[in-house]
Design a protein around this ligand. Structure first.
Ligand SMILES: Cc1cc2nc3c(=O)[nH]c(=O)nc-3n(C[C@H](O)[C@H](O)[C@H](O)COP(=O)(O)O)c2cc1C
Length: 142
């Protein structure tokens, strides 16, 4: 069994990654493998609703990580989406990628999934998510 941990932060080794590492550790204790997918810092296109994906079976834009992320999400038995909180929502780059993954990427119905967020203020009101501030060495920079 393989779980995909998506790091939706521009920081490869930031607080979101720290939270995902905790999840990876907990999964390992249960004998479950995981792999991390970092969305990076490159430009990410928003969905332009062109509908080309309906014929192609993938997003027509292949110059960012949307199609790779879709493939990795399909391969995985379970998915954990991690994001920093940006103005009480997920990061824009992550949302742009996931819009295109879900619009173009086929059916994920029934695939187990969870989400984890990292925020500066623990009381940031996001429903159904968990905040993390683990240790001084991973304290948030913003
Ligand atoms: C553009 C931007 C908006 C942010 N908005 C919030 C916010 O609304 N609430 C909050 O608690 N933290 C906010 N933060 C802080 C980040 O959520 C926090 O530093 C997070 O732990 C960063 O995770 P990372 O190290 O994985 O990038 C914001 C940071 C940035 C850069």
């Amino acid at each position: 069994m393989k779980v995909l941990l998506v790091n939706g932060s521009p920081h490869r080794d930031g607080c979101t990654n720290r939270a995902l590492a905790e999840i990876a550790s907990a999964l390992r204790q249960e004998g479950i493998d995981s792999q991390t997918f970092w969305i990076g810092t490159g430009p990410v296109r928003g969905c332009i609703a062109c509908g080309a994906c309906r014929k192609l079976g993938r997003c027509a834009f292949d110059d960012d990580k949307a199609n790779e992320l879709a493939s990795r999400m399909h391969e995985a038995d379970g998915i954990v989406i991690g994001s920093p909180v940006y103005y009480a929502g997920p990061s824009g780059a992550l949302c742009a990628l996931l819009d295109r993954v879900f619009f173009s990427g086929g059916d994920f119905t029934g695939k187990p999934a969870a989400a984890v967020t990292s925020s500066r203020r623990p009381a940031t009101p996001l429903p159904s998510t968990a905040s993390t501030s683990i240790s001084p060495s991973t304290r948030c920079r913003w």
